[in-house]
Design a protein around this ligand. Sequence first.
Ligand SMILES: [Zn+2]
Length: 402
Amino acid sequence: MTDRLYDSDPYISRFTARVVSAEGEWIALDRTAFYPGGGGQEPDRGKLGGLPVTEVKQSEGTVLHRVPGHTFTAGQEVEGFVNWERRYELMKGHTGEHLLFSRLHQLCPEMELVKIAIGQDKKSVMVKGPLDWEIVVKAQEMALEAIEADLPVTIEIVPKDDPSLGEARMKAERIHGDEVRVVSIGEIDRAACAGVHVRSTKEIGMLLVTKFTSARPTADFEVEFQVGGAAKRTALQLSAAALRATESLGARVQDLDRALNNVLRDREMQAEQLRVYEEKALNELIPSRIGGVDLYSGLFGAMDKKMLLDAAARFTEDHAACVLGSAGDRFMLVVACSPDVDMDCAALINEVLSPYGGRGGGKMQFATGGAPTPEHAEDIMVSAIVKIRGILEKNDQENKDE
Ligand SMILES: [Zn+2]
């Protein structure tokens, strides 16, 4: 069993200890300030005897430190340094997580905790339950109030059957042994936890929710947050981005949501107007007459596929050919002709699409195809029209010759 100094005083970052065993790169000490991780919190980093500690883990009550290149032997005294900057941020993050989750839980009691991540790069809680932005923003405000109130964070060991555990957040299946370590934040939260925490909420400094997203299938939602200096710096970046965006939109920052919704609504209306206009243009397409055959041609924006196919069928009932394109996210092409026109639409469509990485298929008189991007829409249309004109003129010449 290692004497875990962080249990009674998480502020110890420098200590001396005696090597109990050295197996390969893994060192066991009689006492340590290195937190081996747990409860979602990453293990510590630092140095032992001047050498980097690259991993820390716990195995049946013994904390093991991985020290590549060491020459330690059992009984030797070594000096340990925990990377305090990193560790202190993780402590703030862990207390911050208790605070944030408890506020979310208070606002949304049916919510359940699924998973916690407290690392240097990412701090988050994954939950199941009906969360929304309003609750998340409110919980963040409440967490900030608790930080400003400078609430004490206390640790107590209580018997497993202590009635006071009734109101504590804990998962019975995670409790091993007869005692439970309970972490309390003032009077507002009690939770079973073996982790390392700051002594008062004020030390967290600041808590900022930086992301709120779906976490399916693991959970319903993931709420990412930052604490301390990182939270302050991100808040400044976000505020600058919001101010720049509102300036572009010509709105006040308080009205950013509304201004953005107006822009989105306008864009939707414009798209609808364009659709109506294009539909009208398609229906009123005027053909050019080549060798006694009507040739309909037109290139549209993101035209509905069915509408384009219906129009092609309608245009090519008798003595007609058509080539219609739609340049949406990708390029779509329809080539068709009436039964009395001698033209292989399927062959033609492949001939014009293949130079642009596209392909098509269909029958002699009706073929459809596309290209991955709308980039060459105009070139493809011109190429198709030139080829169809050539076929129609040749057919006409042959008819005259007969
Ligand atoms: Zn915890």
